[in-house]
Design a protein. Structure first.
Ligand SMILES: *Cc1c(COP(=O)(O)O)cnc(C)c1O
Length: 387
């Protein structure tokens, strides 16, 4: 079977794939059908936080698949409860809802915020403010939440009740917070938008205003969460506690899962029949995710910070690099003149996989990558940038 031709024939053409067929992976390496090896600085877009096919993770997943592969949420299961408890202990959240993706987690968070407001204030207080240049997902509602006009095409009508505020401008945000607003949703570091970190003062001021107006703060940590930025949640690095946090990407270590974490006043909003998911909390996925949490301890996070600092130092001021952004192992590299997509293509030819985020090259290596492997991959990137 000609995989590439059949993909074009049978898979809906929503992706512009690179000319690379990946057939296997181990740690931070993956392999194509000819056996060529690549250092992967993409982690399947921030998903494979323990690398490809981590042995302990795969064993946990396989053992669970042989014991109880799936049942429904009509019954109790152990991995789901253990994972929820562990997430609450790690984050200070009170309760967790499990879905299957980032977009779905954000949909859940929006439902929590709207119901919180409806229960307390009645109808008419349902607007969610998000930031310009944000990315929150691909469903009709999360596209509406995404503060980029390019995403607001074709699929009309989009869900009502979203407005967008300029980042880093607390006055502009405050001006949007009228009595129709129930929540503000932000990414601490915008991922798809170009690896752009909010500054600390902005986030603290935002937290304060939200408290004063009883507006919920939703942290979309789908990309920044689960150790990516060197703390378990990026919110810890900012010293703020959101009312709702969403996780997905890295949480499953390679299997689909999304989570809505609620804190304090948001904890009792969702009661019986207010939300649900057939696959949410699936035992196999949760067993893998528990392994991810078990591995990401304080020493692991310190190592992520160390490797992140190493990468930043190596890239900062190098030839062809205009600027560096991000935190931990979520890194944006702005080239002086080259197009980010061309750099990624050149990387593939030289055995290094990278991502783009707008005009930047985006690096989301597995959190388990060694400094030596990172060094070797960055040498390839720097050589491309210097040409
Ligand atoms: C990837 C991403 C999403 C969407 O996640 P899916 O699992 O693709 O639905 C939402 N928010 C952020 C910040 C993301 O990076």
């Amino acid at each position: 079977m000609d995989i590439k031709a059949s993909d074009k024939q049978y898979v809906m053409g929503t992706y512009n794939r690179f000319d690379l067929l990946i057939t296997a992976g181990e740690g931070c390496y993956c392999f194509d059908e000819k056996g060529n090896r690549y250092i992967d600085l993409t982690s399947g877009i921030g998903v494979n936080c323990l690398g490809y096919c981590d042995r302990e993770w795969a064993d946990a997943v396989a053992a669970q698949a042989r014991t109880l592969s799936h049942t429904s949420n009509l019954f109790y299961t152990e991995p789901c409860v253990k994972l929820a408890k562990e997430l609450c202990l790690r984050t200070g959240a009170s309760k967790v809802f499990f879905g299957n993706s980032g977009a779905e987690a954000n949909e859940g968070a929006i439902k929590v915020a709207r119901k919180y407001s409806y229960d307390k204030y009645g109808s008419g207080r349902s607007t969610v403010i998000t930031l310009k240049n944000s990315f929150h997902g691909r469903t009709i509602t999360t596209l509406a939440a995404t503060g980029q006009d390019v995403f607001h095409n074709y699929f009309f009508p989009f869900t009502e009740g979203f407005r967008y505020a300029e980042s880093e401008n607390i006055k502009a945000l405050e001006a949007e917070l009228d009595d129709t607003v129930c929540a503000v949703m932000i990414e601490f570091i915008q991922g798809e938008g170009g690896v752009i970190a909010q500054d600390k003062e902005y986030v603290s001021a935002l937290r304060k205003i939200c408290d004063e107006k009883d507006i919920l703060l939703i942290a979309d940590e789908v990309q920044t969460g689960v150790g990516r930025t060197g703390t378990f949640l990026a919110s810890e690095g900012y010293g703020v506690k959101p009312d709702i946090t969403t996780l997905a990407k890295g949480l499953g270590g390679g299997l689909p899962i999304g989570a809505v974490l609620v804190y304090g006043k948001a904890e009792s909003v969702m009661g019986f029949s207010s939300h649900g998911s057939t696959f949410g909390g699936n035992p196999v996925v949760c067993a893998g995710s528990l392994k991810v949490l078990e591995r990401i301890d304080d020493a692991f996070l310190a190592d992520v910070r160390k490797k992140g600092a190493f990468a930043m130092k190596k890239l900062e001021g190098a030839k062809g690099v205009e600027s560096i952004s991000g935190k931990g192992l979520m890194i944006g590299v702005k080239p002086v003149d080259k197009k980010s997509a061309d750099i990624v293509k050149a990387g593939i030819e030289r055995g290094v996989l990278m991502l783009t985020a707008k005009d930047k090259v985006r690096l989301l290596p597995p959190l388990t990558i060694t400094e030596k492997q990172l060094d070797e991959a960055l040498d390839v990137l720097l050589a491309i940038l210097a040409e």
